[in-house]
Design a protein around this ligand. Structure first.
Ligand code: TYD
Length: 200
């Protein structure tokens, strides 16, 4: 099964993706976006650098290039071997960030994602829902430097959160929303409950 974790910055998806992958067993492939391949990690460095100016379409195409490589090199081969794949972000990030928040258009970005991945979407997308103010407090408490997206502030995160709500409304077949405001154990239990419900 191919599962993606999605949410705004600071929603805890990296922690939850790691815990989910561990719970599904040693054979599970855990990947993150952008990244997971040499080419993808290169794109990630470029994309997160606040010092580099990027037009929204150029930004989208870099994410899509990283994703195309990840699908070909890692995700499809793992799925062909029958392994579970957990991905920390996938196409819905592009739809919410570049499609809705940056204004490129959600449906247009979905189509470009289809092109980049040969139409591959997760069997299940777990959307960690957290209020942008609460997420910002968590990032501040961690004390790490903000990347280009976090550095743009609250307004971007609010639009991304709206973008995710639209994704969830448009794809009720594969998107499940989980309340991410609790402690990590509580959120993990809720993630496992939706994964369990879809697997059976
Ligand atoms: P993220 O995984 O949140 O990095 P980290 O958890 O290490 O801070 O991803 C980097 C940023 O890229 C994040 O702000 C979301 C953004 N992003 C997009 O805008 N579009 C995309 O398609 C993807 C995959 C990520």
């Amino acid at each position: 099964m191919f599962i993606a974790l999605e949410g705004i910055d600071g929603s805890g998806k990296t922690t939850q993706a790691a815990r989910l992958a561990a719970a599904l067993g040693d054979d599970t492939m855990l990947v993150r976006e952008p990244g997971g391949t040499a080419a993808g990690e290169g794109a990630r460095t470029l994309l997160k650098d606040s010092g580099i100016r990027l037009d929204s379409m150029a930004e989208l195409l870099l994410f899509l290039a990283a994703r195309a490589q990840l699908v070909t090199e890692v995700i499809r081969p793992a799925m062909d071997e029958g392994r579970d794949v957990v991905c920390d972000r996938f196409g819905d990030s592009s739809v919410a960030y570049q499609g809705t928040a940056r204004g490129l258009g959600a449906e247009r970005v979905e189509e470009l994602c289809d092109l980049a991945t040969g139409g591959l979407w997760p069997d299940l997308t777990v959307l960690l829902r957290l209020h942008p103010e609460v997420a910002a407090e968590r990032i501040a408490a961690e004390g790490r430097a903000a990347d280009r997206f976090e550095g743009e502030g609250m307004e971007l995160q609010r639009r991304v959160a709206e973008g995710y709500e639209e994704v969830a409304a448009r794809h009720p077949d594969r998107v499940r929303v989980v309340d991410a405001s609790g402690d990590p154990d509580t959120v993990h239990a809720a993630v496992m409950a939706v994964v369990g419900a879809v697997r059976t």
